[in-house]
Design a protein around this ligand. Structure first.
Ligand SMILES: [Zn+2]
Length: 510
């Protein structure tokens, strides 16, 4: 590899998908993987095949359909995992098995009850075994940042001896800080005798808000690959954010003298898609992709930016693909205009899907004059789920006011039969949910409810994100409409439909 290059390993679909509340189905994962390929990431970690049939299916489909990047799958240092991972990656042009084992003292004692030598032997065997399938094998000593250095150096050397092509150093619990983590990377380079035979990678978590800083410090100290996610999503406080690392390297070329192959103009689009499909909303002040990242509020700043952008902008909004003048579609845009706009947004549609989306588009265009990209994304998402709805909203009627008890009547369709119920509640939304509960004959706990306007203006599409809790599962549902009560009902039904799917899958496997 070119020594000035930093390899971008994206784990949005594996670590990112472990974010609380995020669960993607296979078509959504393929859609994101395809966008990651357009973003030109070097490696896509597509999932953890042995962990569930959905994960297996997702990795397999991405391996089949997504061209360009290396496709990696995760596997514990066990034959069962490695076999499953290799099966899933069978058709990938450039497959990589990423195998890992925990190496810190606390994991050895509490998780495995095994000695260092036993763990080292397991790691060696796992890499050797994976090598039977493919050449490209990545090995991670999990919790490296809290692992005794002598043991860490020994296990890295053994993994490279067994044939590992990439050694990844995870700060699994986000415990390290930049000086310390950079120092560790430098020491690994200096003290592991065969280190030059493999690529050195890092994987940082954000528990102390230092994931990006630690990754950058590692790069300055010789790391050649960084593992990261779009919007920094991931376990707990998340992973290092891809867009922050890439744009730092880009903006501060003078200091880092390293580059990536990322198509930075695709960053904004990718970020939107991931936020949308996972339901994880981006905080407005988030670096690079937050809604305010390029907004100048103070009059003095605005004035200066108008005179010369460089006064307060260290990078341009265009460099991340933020549209400077928004393209707006309307009733008269036609099927062709819609299709080409969807393609620019990264969605390739079959004719049948396009027709379905066009119908929905017309309905929205009737209600509001201007249809924005964000509106289109909502339509697409509603239609991806369209085909597998068990319960569908047929009609609803609400009576509400400040002097009467809110009441809702709801009609739902299930297997071509309409079920109707009415209920009272603390408010119109509560009444509607209670009426639905009567129809499903089931109660669920409501974890979270968020309403936000997808676009500006009084006629904006309102999007409701809801979290329901049942059997210990957290399920996110979303719904959108120009009417917030309808959006709430749709979100609730979306979550319940997902719950049904989950219950069926669960029963199939027990
Ligand atoms: Zn992780």
């Amino acid at each position: 590899m070119d020594e000035n290059e930093v390899i971008i390993f994206d784990t949005t679909l594996r670590d990112g998908e472990q974010s609380p509340g995020a669960s993607l189905d296979v078509p959504q994962k393929i859609m994101i993987a395809q966008q990651l390929a357009r973003l030109n990431v070097d490696v896509i970690e597509a999932g953890f095949p042995v962990s569930s049939p959905v994960q297996f299916e997702a990795v397999k489909s991405i391996a089949e359909e997504v061209q360009g990047p290396v496709i990696a799958g995760l596997a514990r240092a066990m034959k069962l995992d490695i076999d499953s991972c290799a099966q899933a990656l069978k058709t990938a042009k450039r497959p990589r098995i990423h195998t890992f084992i925990a190496t810190s003292q606390v994991h050895l004692e509490k998780k495995f009850r095994k000695s260092e030598d036993e763990i080292l032997a397991m790691a060696y065997e796992a890499v050797k075994y994976a090598k039977n399938y493919f050449n490209d094998i990545e090995f991670s000593p999990e919790d490296s940042a809290r692992t005794g250095k002598q043991f860490l150096f020994r296990i890295i050397e053994a993994a490279i001896d067994a044939g590992a092509t990439v050694i990844n150093i995870p700060d699994t619990v986000g415990y390290s800080f930049p000086d310390e983590f950079g120092g560790l990377i430098r020491e690994i380079r200096e003290k592991v005798p065969n280190m030059s035979k493999a690529i050195l990678s890092v994987h940082c978590h954000n528990d102390l808000g230092l994931a990006v800083a630690n990754s950058l410090s590692a790069i300055l100290n010789g790391a050649q690959q960084v593992e990261c996610t779009i919007n920094g999503i991931g376990e707990r406080a998340g992973n290092a954010s891809l867009e922050e690392i890439v744009m730092t390297l880009e903006t501060r070329k003078d200091a880092f003298k390293r580059r990536t192959r990322i198509q930075t103009e695709e960053i904004y689009r990718t970020s939107k898609m991931v936020s949308h499909l996972t339901g994880i909303i981006i905080q407005p002040n988030k670096a690079i992709v937050g809604a305010n990242a390029f907004a100048h509020e103070s009059g003095i700043h605005q004035d200066a930016v108008l005179k010369d952008k460089r006064t307060y902008e260290i990078m341009t909004p265009e460099s991340i693909g933020l549209p400077s003048n928004r393209i707006v579609l309307g009733r008269h845009s036609g099927r062709h205009g819609l299709k080409s706009r969807l393609e620019t947004l990264g969605y390739q549609m079959a004719t049948e899907e396009l027709n379905q989306i066009y119908e929905e588009f017309l309905k929205i265009a009737d209600k509001k004059k201007e249809v924005f990209d964000e509106d289109l994304e909502v339509i697409i998402e509603n239609n991806i789920y369209g085909s597998r709805k068990e319960l569908e909203l047929t009609y609803f009627h609400i009576s509400s006011g400040n002097q009467l008890v809110p009441t809702a009547t709801i009609g739902l369709k299930k297997d071509d039969k309409i079920y109707q119920e009415a209920a009272c509640g603390d408010g119109p939304v509560d009444a509607a949910f209670k009426a639905i509960d009567k129809i499903t004959n089931m109660t669920v706990e409501l974890g979270d409810y968020q309403l936000h306007a997808v676009t500006g203006g009084k006629d904006a599409l309102g999007e409701v994100t809801i979290k329901i809790i049942k059997n210990g599962w957290n399920i996110v549902g979303r719904g959108a409409s120009t009417d917030v009560i309808e959006a709430s009902i749709k979100a609730y039904l979306d979550a319940i439909n997902k719950l049904f799917i989950k219950q069926r899958k669960h029963n199939d496997h027990n």
